[in-house]
Ligand binder design. Sequence first.
Ligand SMILES: Cc1cc2nc3c(=O)[nH]c(=O)nc-3n(C[C@H](O)[C@H](O)[C@H](O)COP(=O)(O)OP(=O)(O)OC[C@H]3O[C@@H](n4cnc5c(N)ncnc54)[C@H](O)[C@@H]3O)c2cc1C
Length: 257
Amino acid sequence: MYDIRVTVKQNKRVSDGLWVLSYHAPKTVKKILPGQFLQFRLTSSTDPFLRRPFSAYKIKGDVIEVLYEPVGVGTRLMSQMKPGDEFCSLGPLGNSFTPVKKKKVLMVGGGVGAAPLVFMAERHVYDKMLLGFRNKSVVLPKSEAPGSKSNWIYATNDGSVGHKGFVTELLEGILKEGDPKQYFIYSCGPKPMLYEVARIARKYKVDGELSLEERMGCGVGACLGCVVETQDGYVASCKSGPVFSIKDLTLEGLKSE
Ligand SMILES: Cc1cc2nc3c(=O)[nH]c(=O)nc-3n(C[C@H](O)[C@H](O)[C@H](O)COP(=O)(O)OP(=O)(O)OC[C@H]3O[C@@H](n4cnc5c(N)ncnc54)[C@H](O)[C@@H]3O)c2cc1C
């Protein structure tokens, strides 16, 4: 794990509401795996006081890209950063998705939860990328797909792009049609979506992994600000996760806020 001062290479909008920030981190890129995250200290002032966690989105040479949506003080600060600006990046942190063989992989992402799935898609074969967004303004465009774009399928709450409704409806449609046993799911996104993914996976007896976006304090298992309920009790998501086998999580734990 490295805590390094990095320099912004580029900070660009990829849709109305989504941004990609990139920076050189030659040591980190050699180690980081899909699902792992970085903790950013964006300013030397105390606001925001805590570091903010972000999944690795893409690796290009020695450059890390991070996909983000400005939602609060930290991410708005990020959106104002210019090439040459400096900040601190701690990572790689947490665990990563487990690659599977002999299964058809379905990726299910909600909002910026698409980030670690795109990184996984960059490195491993997958069948379909199902992506859900609030509306058109925050849709991750197909131009961001590594390789083929034909297997990216969208859902939006208002129907402005793709299926009108939740991305989990697309997932259930696919599992209903074929033999569910042939599939494996990787998913990341807001908790209510992950709850639905876990519920559907249980219903159709499909294995998979969920990456949780719990709010985090330290990112290294010390503050216990991100505990989640597993079948074996409570664990810190930053240290034991953020990626968990669907079987190891409880539906109750995914329900609670
Ligand atoms: C392992 C991990 C990976 C993540 N990867 C990404 C990523 O790749 N891209 C990205 O944009 N975001 C990602 N997030 C979420 C990101 O860390 C938060 O959006 C960010 O911390 C918000 O900081 P802020 O200061 O802008 O917002 P704040 O001012 O702290 O909060 C603004 C609003 O966002 C809500 N919020 C903040 N954090 C979370 C969260 N984790 N879950 C749900 N709601 C939250 C707050 O309740 C509040 O309503 C990830 C989180 C985790 C734990």
